[in-house]
Ligand binder design. Structure first.
Ligand SMILES: [Zn+2]
Ligand SMILES: [Zn+2]
Length: 177
């Protein structure tokens, strides 16, 4: 997701560019998976560079943590990052690198590329336990069947491991004499 900021860099602090309704495929994982990214981006000239503010929605592929079914989930990310120019827009001289080695840079062709922060924010915002739906019933602990596809009363007569059956009877039939 690239923006040419050559013009913006020549304007005074506070000048902005607003891009609405963007829609692009962005590679959010190294060497792989391009996902659709939609949203709005505002670029603002600051004394030291350009502030990129973006509200984006990504459609990312996940595997449900309970039933293991792959599904696509929308993921909202809000980005606010300062980009530092590498070339002085007025005289074309190379500028000293910013002190922060992690700082985002505008390249020598005055291109500001949002791909890297989108990647980083996607990793931070991604869920550790994504669910295909909030009430996913997961897999049966005994036979591995997907309980979303099974009858409401999916259950087993008795646990397969006999060591558990005594315990099971204690728990399910406490009043039995
Ligand atoms: Zn699921
Ligand atoms: Zn089962």
């Amino acid at each position: 997701m690239e923006f040419n900021v050559a013009q913006l860099l020549q304007e005074s602090t506070g000048a902005t560019r607003r891009y609405e309704g963007l829609r692009e495929e962005v590679a959010v994982i190294d060497g792989g998976e391009q996902v659709p990214v939609e949203g709005d981006v505002t670029l603002t000239r600051t004394p030291g560079g350009v502030l990129a503010a973006a509200r984006l929605q990504l459609l990312v592929g996940e595997d449900c943590a309970r039933c293991l079914t792959p599904f696509e989930a929308p993921l909202r990310v809000t980005i606010e990052e300062i980009y530092h120019p590498t070339i002085d827009i007025v005289n074309g001289q190379r500028l000293p690198a910013p002190e922060d080695p992690e700082a985002f840079l505008i390249d020598e062709h005055h291109i500001l590329d949002l791909t890297e922060p989108i990647r980083q924010y996607r990793l931070m915002a991604g869920s550790l336990a994504p669910l295909c739906r909030p009430d996913c019933r997961g897999l049966c602990a005994v036979c591995g069947a997907d309980l979303n596809d099974s009858a409401e009363q999916h259950q087993h007569e008795r646990p397969i491991d006999a060591r558990w059956s005594a315990l099971n009877e204690l728990q399910t039939q406490p009043s039995k004499e």
